[in-house]
Design a binder for this molecule. Structure first.
Ligand SMILES: Cc1cc2nc3c(=O)[nH]c(=O)nc-3n(C[C@H](O)[C@H](O)[C@H](O)COP(=O)(O)O)c2cc1C
Length: 179
């Protein structure tokens, strides 16, 4: 199977399967250093746009405001499948058409509290101080629109690696690479 087809099938499978290894991915932004962190994959669209949730005050959001170029890394241990995605981040805030629907999704869960700390994420907490929560909800969703994929699968009979970029017709074009 072509590597992008395999990658897409697994990414889409992770929408329904909570135990799927692609439920988490590693998300990189450009700050003073490359900044990478674990996030929860909330949705993979048919066009492979990814969505995850965050706190609007978090450093990753400030980094995206300066530079939309981001990367996502997925690894499936059983299939020995690595997906590296480069793309452009889009902030889904109050002005975005999808904001209310996504906020409502979060309101159905206990994780709404995650977005209500009085101090911004990453702020220092004085010794033995309690973490305080307020009424303001600093929820934000981030979408990643893919621009390029680098997909690698290790296998006993040989490793496979391909890069994909969109051609002028908007189709993913494959370039087979040395693994
Ligand atoms: C298992 C796991 C899942 C996480 N999921 C998210 C998430 O979905 N969104 C998020 O903003 N941070 C998530 N985090 C926390 C981030 O890894 C990171 O620590 C936090 O977002 C601050 O990142 P920043 O300071 O670079 O903005 C998760 C951490 C772990 C360990």
């Amino acid at each position: 199977m072509e590597l992008l087809t395999l990658a897409k099938a697994e990414l889409r499978r992770s929408n329904a399967d909570r135990k799927h290894p692609f439920r988490y991915f590693y998300f990189a932004t450009l700050g003073e250093f490359p900044e990478v962190r674990t996030v929860i994959n909330r949705k993979v669209d048919l066009d492979l746009t990814l969505t995850f949730f965050t706190d609007a005050r978090s450093p990753k959001v400030q980094q995206i405001r300066k530079n939309k170029q981001v990367s996502a890394l997925f690894y499936h241990p059983d299939k020995k499948l690595q997906i590296r995605m480069n793309g452009l981040a889009e902030l889904v805030d109050k002005n975005h058409g999808d904001f209310d629907r996504l906020l409502n999704e979060v309101k159905q869960t206990s994780s709404l509290k995650d977005y209500t700390t009085l101090q911004a994420p990453g702020s220092s907490v004085p010794d033995e101080a309690e973490l305080l929560f307020g009424d303001e909800v600093y929820f934000l969703a981030i979408k990643i629109k893919p621009i390029k994929f680098d997909i690698l699968q290790l296998g006993r009979e040989g490793h496979r690696r391909s890069a994909y970029a969109k051609n002028e017709r908007g189709e993913w074009e494959e370039m087979v690479l040395v693994p």
